[in-house]
Design a protein around this ligand. Structure first.
Ligand code: ADP
Ligand code: MG
Length: 252
């Protein structure tokens, strides 16, 4: 990788940038179309930075559907999801629709713009939850963050939007520099499934696995069977009082 990290749109035709734009395989017609799409979205440059690497180029993240990089538009830094050429989705409009619903209850990065191959959202500068949990966290801070995560999941449940990837998806929860949690990637979200955000995230955070070990280390040992039972009751009846009992059981 060359020294510069901010690459203006005119230079994105060069390798290895072109291959990142059309991951995993770059065709010249596809590249031209994508560059035009980016221009229409007012993306002026891409900043290659992040902990993941694609063709030796640092990026924010890589999933089954997209490569996420920092984009520069109108003097602002945004997160730019680039649809993979091999994605089993024709466009990113579905994700934009799902994110709009999430945003309506103040969940997820703010949606900026969308086209077939690009999704512009608020750039969340922070660490994914597993990384964040690996650091030194004070008890009050951990309690606050976990409560906020559960409240966000409650709001998603309330608008019947199921994220779909919260039970085993450490990459979909980013904690920013102000210790505010953000749920990302609404690509597999749906309004047609029964929402299971609260129960999925409880499973991930409190029942088995690395997150629960860290939670117990900082907040003290909790009784898994009580959490499982409170989650079962909430699943049966998604009421605020059942949610609050679950919250209490998780965060005693
Ligand atoms: N708005 C964002 N700000 C910062 N990083 C992000 C943002 N959106 C996604 N990422 C990072 O990029 C990774 C891949 O994005 P994701 O939306 O999960 O793509 P995919 O749909 O391909 O799985 C995420 O796991 C996350 O680490
Ligand atoms: Mg993902």
């Amino acid at each position: 990788m060359r020294n510069e990290t901010v690459v203006p749109i005119e230079r994105l035709k060069e390798e290895p940038f072109a291959s990142v734009l059309c991951y995993p395989k770059c065709g010249s017609a596809e590249l031209e179309e994508r560059l035009e799409e980016m221009q229409n979205l007012n993306v002026e440059a891409i900043e290659f930075a992040g902990k993941t690497s694609v063709f030796n180029v640092p990026v924010l993240g890589k999933g089954h559907v997209g490569i996420v990089v920092i984009g520069h538009t109108k003097g602002k830094r945004i997160a730019l999801k680039i649809r993979r050429v091999d994605a089993d989705r024709n466009g990113l409009q579905h994700e934009a629709r799902m994110l709009t619903i999430a945003n309506s209850v103040l969940v997820g990065p703010q949606l900026g713009d969308v086209s077939q191959n690009f999704l512009l959202t608020q750039f969340i500068k922070g660490e994914v939850i597993t990384e964040w949990l690996g650091g030194n966290i004070e008890e009050a801070c951990l309690r606050r963050v976990l409560e906020e995560v559960l409240e966000q999941c409650w709001r998603l449940d309330s608008v019947a939007l199921d994220h779909g990837e919260l039970s085993h998806a450490p990459k979909h929860l980013i904690i920013d520099k102000e210790e505010k949690p953000f749920i990302v990637d609404f690509e597999t979200a749906s309004t047609k499934r029964r929402p299971a955000n609260v129960t999925s995230i409880c499973q991930f955070l409190f029942v088995g696995g690395f997150p629960s070990l860290k939670v117990e280390e900082v907040l003290g040992k909790r009784v898994t069977s009580e959490i499982v039972e409170a989650a079962r009751l909430y699943k049966k009846l998604r009421s605020r009082s059942n949610f609050e009992s679950l919250l209490q059981t998780c965060l005693v």
